[in-house]
Design a protein around this ligand. Structure first.
Ligand code: ZN
Length: 189
């Protein structure tokens, strides 16, 4: 396994459409392993092949293993992912990207999606995702079409991670109710 370089916004590969995977060989499996290791090293919840300079339709998604998220610690590797169904209901939530280092923003996405694709051996697979997991899948799938979250972010919501965490802290300090905390630290994908 190897840790790969994560390309940053401005690199043209991030704006290219990924090519459909047709060969499910050892090279593909190795790329997936390297992407997983790279994602772990960068503390991300997902990574798409174009982010490591490979214009192909491969994504990995892994939920943080801290019990705060549904599917904690679960991981998906999906080739040629496509949205089959998405909810009409949407929500605005925080996103950050390993290819836009240091920033986060607020993006509106469907609250639930069904995704179909193939595993590393080419077998068909389907994933039903909602909430934060749906967001992570949609963020990664955007990368396969050359789209970055900053293209979709609500106007004036893109800020540095430091600004975001300060804002969250202020909201929590003001919140005297017993509700759940207003937010978590920045999440990157
Ligand atoms: Zn990203």
């Amino acid at each position: 396994m190897a840790i790969l370089e994560i390309l940053q916004i401005g690199n043209p590969v991030l704006r290219r459409r990924g090519v459909k995977i047709t060969r499910f060989d050892n090279g593909l499996a190795r790329l997936a392993e390297d992407m997983i290791e790279t994602m772990h090293t960068a503390s991300g919840v997902g990574l798409a092949a174009p982010q490591v300079g490979v214009s192909t339709r491969l994504i990995v998604v892994e939920m943080p293993d801290d019990g705060d998220y549904p599917h904690s610690g679960e991981r998906w590797v999906v080739c040629n992912p496509e949205v089959v169904k998405e909810s009409r209901e949407t929500e605005v939530g925080q996103e950050g990207c390993l290819s836009v280092a240091g920033y986060v923003g607020m993006v509106e996405r469907p609250t639930a999606v069904t995704i179909r694709g193939q595993d590393l051996t080419g077998h068909k697979m389907r994933v039903k995702a909602d909430g934060f997991l749906a967001r992570a899948f949609l963020h990664e799938m955007d990368h396969l079409n050359g789209v970055l979250y900053v293209d979709r972010a609500k106007e004036d919501t893109v800020m540095t991670i430091e600004q975001y965490e300060k804002l969250i802290q202020e909201v929590e300090d003001q919140d005297t109710s017993d509700d759940e905390p207003a937010g978590k630290s920045a999440i990157l994908a």
